[in-house]
Ligand binder design. Structure first.
Ligand SMILES: Cc1ncc(COP(=O)(O)O)c(C=O)c1O
Length: 381
C-alpha cells in the first residue's frame, strides 16, 4: 500500500506509540491529584510542555494543550471574540480557510460579528494590501492559515505581520495545522503572531491531541470551563499519554526536518514532472517556494475526483479529494474556487499529500499507476 493522504491524517510513529503505551501503563494518575502518583503525572505533563516549547523556541507558559486543530481554531477565534467584544466586532480571515475556521466565523456572524473574507490570487495567496485595506477601527482579530490544506499554498505571513505591526491590539491567529516541520518555522513564529494552532495527528502523533501557542500577555477567554487545568484556560483532565507522545513526535520530526523536506520535495517533483505532461491534467500546486513540500493538488479533466480516488485505491494507493472533511459531502473545493478555477475542473481535483514515512520509489509506482488509469479515463471521458 502507498499512503499519500497525510494531510488527512498520518500514521502514528512506532516510537511515539511506545511512549503512548508506556505513559498509559505507568503514569495514569491524574496530574491534578495531590498524592505523589498524581505529582509524578504532573511532572511528566510539565516536562512534555517544556520539551515542546524548547523545540519550538517559545516559553512553556505559551503552550496550551487541546484536543486538536478544530478545537484550537474554535478556541482562538471564539475566545478572542468573547474577550474583545467590547472593543469591536470585526474579524478578518480568508476565503480559503479550513472548515474549523470558516464555520467558527459563520457562528460568530450569527452572533452579530462582521467577517471580511480576503480573496486570494491564482496561487491561493492573500495580499498584504488587501488586508491593510480591510482593517477597521473595530477589527479585533485576523486569522490566516500558514499552509492551505487543499493545495499547499504558504501564505505570506511575514508581509501580513508587517501590516499588523501598526495595529498592536488586533489578535493575529495562524492555523498552522499543515505547517509543522515544513521548513517555515520562522514564518509561522514571527514576532507579530499571537496565537498558533497545531494538531498532533498531522505529524505522526496520536489523534485527539494538539496545542495552541498563545503569546505571553495576550488573552483569550476559555471555551472549556471546569476544573481549571491549563492554568485555568482549558479545563478537562489532560490526555497525558497523547501529550507525551506528541512531544516525542515533535522531537522526531524536528530532528530530521530538512531531510524530510528534501525527500518530500523530490517525491512531489517526480510526480509533478510526470503528470503535468498530460493534456487533460491541471496541476494547482507549483514547485516554487510559495507551496509546502508535502501537497500536490491536480485534476484530470472530465473525471470526478471521487472516481480518481477510488481508481487509485483499487491499485493500493491512497489519495483524497481536496480535503478529508469535504470529501464525503460532494462539495467542490472552496480554495480552488477562490483561486479562480472553474467548478467544472475543480470537481475533478484530487490531493496527494506526503508525510515523513513516504519514499521516492513510491512516486515511481504512483506514476506507473497514473499512466494506466489515465489511459482508462481517456476512454471514459
Ligand atoms: C488547516 C487545517 N486546520 C484545521 C484542521 C482540523 O484539525 P483536526 O483534524 O486536528 O481537528 C485541519 C485538518 O485537516 C487542517 O488541515
Amino acid at each position: 500500500m502507498i499512503y499519500f493522504d497525510n494531510s488527512a491524517t498520518t500514521k502514528v510513529d512506532d516510537d511515539v506509540l511506545k511512549t503512548y503505551n508506556q505513559v498509559s501503563e505507568n503514569f495514569w494518575g491524574n496530574p491534578s491529584s495531590l498524592h505523589n502518583f498524581g505529582e509524578k503525572a504532573n511532572g511528566l505533563l510539565q516536562q512534555s510542555r517544556k520539551q515542546i516549547a524548547d523545540l519550538l523556541g517559545v516559553s512553556p507558559t505559551e503552550i496550551y494543550f487541546t484536543s486538536g486543530g478544530t478545537e484550537g481554531d474554535n478556541w482562538v477565534i471564539k475566545g478572542t471574540a468573547i474577550q474583545k467584544k467590547e472593543f469591536g466586532k470585526h474579524i478578518i480571515t480568508t476565503k480559503i480557510e479550513h472548515a474549523a475556521v470558516k464555520n467558527s466565523m459563520k457562528m460568530l456572524e450569527k452572533l452579530g460579528f462582521e467577517i471580511t473574507y480576503l480573496p486570494v490570487d491564482a496561487e491561493g495567496r492573500v495580499s498584504a494590501r488587501d488586508l491593510s485595506n480591510a482593517i477597521r477601527s473595530d477589527t479585533i482579530l485576523v486569522s490566516i492559515m500558514a499552509v492551505n490544506n487543499e493545495v499547499g499554498t504558504i501564505e505570506p505571513l511575514d508581509e501580513i505581520a508587517e501590516v499588523l505591526k501598526k495595529y498592536p491590539k488586533i489578535h493575529f491567529h495562524v492555523d498552522a495545522v499543515q505547517g509543522m516541520a515544513k521548513g517555515i518555522h520562522d514564518l509561522i513564529f514571527n514576532d507579530r503572531v499571537d496565537f498558533i494552532t497545531f494538531s498532533g495527528h498531522k505529524f505522526h502523533a496520536p489523534r485527539g491531541i494538539g496545542f495552541i501557542y498563545g503569546r505571553n500577555g495576550r488573552r483569550i477567554d476559555p471555551l472549556m470551563d471546569g476544573g481549571g487545568q491549563e492554568r485555568g484556560q482549558r479545563s478537562g483532565t489532560e490526555n497525558l499519554p497523547a501529550i507525551a507522545g506528541m512531544a516525542k513526535a515533535i522531537r522526531i520530526i524536528k530532528e530530521h526536518e530538512n531531510q524530510s523536506i528534501n525527500e518530500e520535495q523530490a517525491i512531489r517533483k517526480r510526480i509533478y514532472d510526470h503528470i503535468s505532461n498530460y493534456e487533460k491534467v491541471d496541476v494547482f500546486s507549483d514547485l516554487n517556494n510559495h507551496f509546502a513540500p508535502h501537497v500536490l493538488c491536480f485534476a484530470i479533466e472530465g473525471v470526478k475526483g471521487e472516481t480518481i480516488v477510488h481508481a487509485f485505491e483499487q491499485e493500493g494507493i491512497y489519495i483524497s479529494t481536496t480535503s478529508a472533511c469535504s470529501s464525503k459531502k460532494d462539495e467542490t473545493s472552496g480554495t480552488l474556487a477562490a483561486m479562480g478555477i472553474p467548478n467544472e475542473i475543480s470537481k475533478s481535483a484530487v490531493r496527494v499529500s506526503l508525510g515523513d514515512h513516504n519514499q521516492l520509489f513510491e512516486a515511481d509506482e504512483f506514476n506507473q499507476v497514473f499512466d494506466k488509469l489515465y489511459d482508462k479515463f481517456k476512454h471514459l471521458s
